[in-house]
Design a protein around this ligand. Structure first.
Ligand SMILES: Nc1nc2c(ncn2[C@@H]2O[C@H](COP(=O)(O)OP(=O)(O)OP(=O)(O)O)[C@@H](O)[C@H]2O)c(=O)[nH]1
Ligand SMILES: C[C@H](OP(=O)(O)O)C(=O)O
Length: 222
């Protein structure tokens, strides 16, 4: 299955600007991207990065500097144009799903067999990943896009399956999400038996650690 992985190369992860410098946000984003690409490939997907600018990777990359929704819809359109009527399912998986494992992604891909569209919602109402088995499906990201995507599917007469996955629901947007990454890296590595993820290793080497001092969980930096 083709799996499109959108990736913003310019000013990535601005919501982490309070804890990471621009260069650090860039490096950390790339670590998460590489983890996601490896997990997609290990789950049997064929990842293609959809990036706003050139990015040095040993995976296929398409550059499209238009806004996220426009670029993803253009990627869906282009697929349709290549093999009309028989393009097969396509998945879109965000590059900031730092907890994604091959098993979690296989669950997403299998969810696509039960419905025209299988969606893995993000905490906060985003759309962290989906599989569409129908070429009519189009995206509208930002805001409560999970609800919007359900409506888009309903309007097109498409059935929707919800992929209930803690790992796919966790996109790394804000400093609190770094704690989530460290907690699960410590508990079970990458969850797929392949050792610590690049993103968790990057955080540790940058001096981040869990902070439970006041009874709540957060991160601290040396
Ligand atoms: N191709 C493409 N990918 C994008 C774009 N904006 C965000 N992304 C990617 O889409 C996914 C979700 O991004 P967001 O969390 O909404 O945005 P972000 O830029 O990563 O972070 P913030 O600046 O904090 O909003 C991530 O994989 C981003 O790299 C865009 O304009 N084009
Ligand atoms: C792209 C956007 O991501 P978020 O801003 O929710 O992380 C969404 O899922 O609609």
């Amino acid at each position: 299955m083709e799996v499109v992985v959108p990736f913003s190369t310019d000013r990535p992860k601005s919501r982490l600007s309070g804890v990471l410098s621009p260069d650090e946000r860039s490096a950390f984003s790339r670590a998460m991207l590489r983890d996601v690409l490896d997990a997609v490939a290990a789950a049997g997907g064929e990842p293609r990065v959809l990036a706003t600018d050139a990015v040095d990777l040993e995976r296929p990359v398409t550059v499209d500097d238009r806004p996220l929704t426009t670029a993803v819809n253009a990627a869906l359109d282009a697929r349709l144009g290549e093999s009309p009527g028989d393009s097969g399912p396509v998945a879109v998986v965000m590059a900031d799903l730092a907890l994604a494992t091959p098993a979690a992604l296989r669950g997403l891909f299998e969810g696509g067999r039960d419905a025209d569209v299988a969606v893995a919602p993000g905490r906060g109402g985003g759309t962290n990943a989906f599989v569409a088995d129908d070429p009519a499906f189009r995206v509208d990201y930002h805001g409560a896009s999970y609800l919007d995507h359900r409506q888009i599917a309903a309007d097109a007469g498409l059935s929707v399956a919800v992929v209930d996955s803690h790992r796919l629901a966790t996109d790394v947007d804000e400093p609190a999400d770094l704690a989530e990454l460290l907690i699960h890296a410590e508990a079970d590595g990458d969850g797929g038996g392949g050792g610590e993820s690049r993103a968790a290793q990057w955080l540790r080497e940058a001096g981040f650690a869990l902070d439970t001092a006041d009874g709540r969980v957060g991160v601290e930096r040396e």
